[in-house]
Design a protein around this ligand. Structure first.
Ligand code: ZN
Length: 295
């Protein structure tokens, strides 16, 4: 059986986003409070969303925490899927795919072999995992090219490799993956080392070529969205990217509010305020990406 937008929640959300010309937030959640904040915001704003975990969070919370995320996402009044970001190592992939085979299933998993030295090696590493994901009904995201930088528990990468659109076609065909995360100058973490900021790094000619080529077939995912201006976010959505990975935008107000609150308030009260701080930033991004009111 193949995994398509008719039988997979992530692919369905992204297909509708492409048809409707809007972007969907794929928000990194580190704990139950952030997961609840995202779901609350999506329900209030009537927006679809993707609840995203890093492998380090899955390792910490195991299948029980994944099951919690699946329950809050899938029982929401709006479409929300659960995605695993950047599964690079065998141990991480075995945990996630093993859980899927036991019925605790991410809707989609990023099988990230972009650390490979060549595209051929990237494909060879990814294929066996993609096959197992497909057999379990899980959609897959892959990265072609290589993003610089690092985030929580991810490898620190020096020197990016831009995605070649003609190679990308072959890559998607050979891997059978469903979502493409290209490298177009985007990077993980801060852009502060570039005097021109993120605007000076994103190459829209590559993104435009990829979105023309893959229209209606392969959704595109933007990684590395820290410090992006509203204008740049709008441009990315306009260029046809439907999955927008977000981490620090919502995480930072959450942890700041929680830390401050705990100095003088009982835990549940501080947690409530932090959850709202997280939700408020999610809501701002739903409006910015155009997904508000689309669910
Ligand atoms: Zn990423």
């Amino acid at each position: 059986m193949s995994v398509t937008s008719s039988n997979n929640r992530t692919l369905d959300i992204l297909a509708k986003a492409e048809a409707g010309g809007y972007g969907v937030i794929a928000q990194t959640c580190y704990d139950w409070g952030s997961a609840i904040g995202l779901v609350r915001a999506a329900e209030r704003t009537k927006s679809p969303a993707i609840l995203q975990l890093f492998p380090i969070t899955l390792k910490y919370g195991q299948g029980e925490f994944l099951q919690f995320c699946l329950d809050v996402a899938h029982n929401a009044s709006v479409p929300i899927s659960v995605h695993l970001d950047h599964a690079t190592d065998e141990e991480q992939l075995e945990l996630a795919v093993g859980l899927a085979e036991k019925g605790i299933k991410f809707d989609s998993i990023m099988v990230d072999a972009s650390h490979a030295d060549t595209d051929e090696e990237n494909i060879a590493l990814a294929i066996p995992w993609i096959r197992r994901c497909v057999a379990a009904g899980v959609a897959t995201e892959v990265e072609l090219g290589r993003l610089e930088g690092g985030e929580a528990g991810l490898r620190q990468i020096e020197g990016n490799i831009y995605t070649d659109p003609t190679k990308a076609e072959k890559f998607m065909q050979e891997t059978g993956a469903h979502i493409l995360a290209p490298c177009v100058g985007n990077r993980h973490g801060s852009y502060k080392l570039f005097p021109g900021g993120p605007e000076s790094q994103w190459k829209f000619e590559i993104l435009d070529e990829l979105s023309t080529r893959f229209k209606g077939r392969v959704p595109l995912c933007a990684h590395g969205t820290d410090e992006l201006s509203d204008e740049l976010f709008r441009k990315i959505v306009k260029s046809g990217v439907t999955k927008l990975n977000v981490n620090s935008w919502c995480r930072d107000p959450y942890v700041e509010t929680l830390g401050q609150g705990l100095l003088s308030k009982p835990f549940p009260e501080a947690m409530e305020e932090a959850t709202e701080a997280f939700a408020k930033e999610c809501e701002r991004l739903f409006h910015l990406f155009g997904s508000a009111g689309k669910a």
